[in-house]
Design a protein around this ligand. Sequence first.
Ligand SMILES: Cc1cc2nc3c(=O)[nH]c(=O)nc-3n(C[C@H](O)[C@H](O)[C@H](O)COP(=O)(O)OP(=O)(O)OC[C@H]3O[C@@H](n4cnc5c(N)ncnc54)[C@H](O)[C@@H]3O)c2cc1C
Length: 237
Amino acid sequence: MQELKASVVAISALSEFIFKVELKPEQPAEFFAGQYLQVVLGEKDKRAFSIASRPSQNNLLELHIGATAADTYAIQALDHLREHHKNHTQATLEVGLGVSQLREKSDRPIIMLAGGTGFSYVKSMADHLAETGCKRPVLFYWGVKEESALYAKTEMEAWAASNSHFNFIPVVELADDSWSGHSGYVHNAVLKDIMSLGAYDIYMAGRFDMIGPVRDDFINQGAIREHMYADAFAFIK
Ligand SMILES: Cc1cc2nc3c(=O)[nH]c(=O)nc-3n(C[C@H](O)[C@H](O)[C@H](O)COP(=O)(O)OP(=O)(O)OC[C@H]3O[C@@H](n4cnc5c(N)ncnc54)[C@H](O)[C@@H]3O)c2cc1C
């Protein structure tokens, strides 16, 4: 773990409730694709957010923070970062946390599963794989409640078009008639598309109440627990 001071360069809206935060650390940040950082609000109050940037982008860190009015955990962290932005002061970060980073030495095909702002975790790995010329098949499923929440759809379609091994599959839970892709929960799209999950390395991020059932459903369809990665596992049963 590396403790860093960082300036808050910009905070901008990605959708109605999701904000992109750009942080410039005073020294290059050290992390692997798929790790997270903590924004230090107090000695015992540290808020975890996935690092959306790829490791080579270690001079400008990007976070995607989902902050609805009910989510005080995220709202307070965002307000803390807004204060630093306004006052031109530096936030304290703890970088390079988590155990669910990309396993680069594996040669297994990859499923990446993101629910909502879990996108941030997966984006770092997806961009890193593109940058390093990955030859492994990568299936990137991104599930959101409504189509309007697919704020990086065009960017991920371009990512998929850049490498014949990459696929991007957006899934809209509450789709209307104009949506022609998968609908419902994102993991059900995976279960529908792939009959046996045993061959895959599976990376997952999303709500805590999603990760447990998804893990169990995937194992029932052949996924191997040792090849499933999610930092939420540390917070759930
Ligand atoms: C290490 C760590 C890092 C984190 N990083 C971030 C971060 O970078 N940014 C952030 O905002 N929060 C982060 N969090 C908090 C938490 O992961 C998010 O609050 C969560 O991902 C938010 O999901 P959402 O509200 O966007 O999903 P929603 O909009 O509620 O759901 C999106 C999709 O997820 C699926 N889904 C939701 N619920 C279920 C369910 N019960 N069963 C099956 N599928 C379901 C569906 O496909 C749904 O459409 C982090 C937490 C930890 C522990």
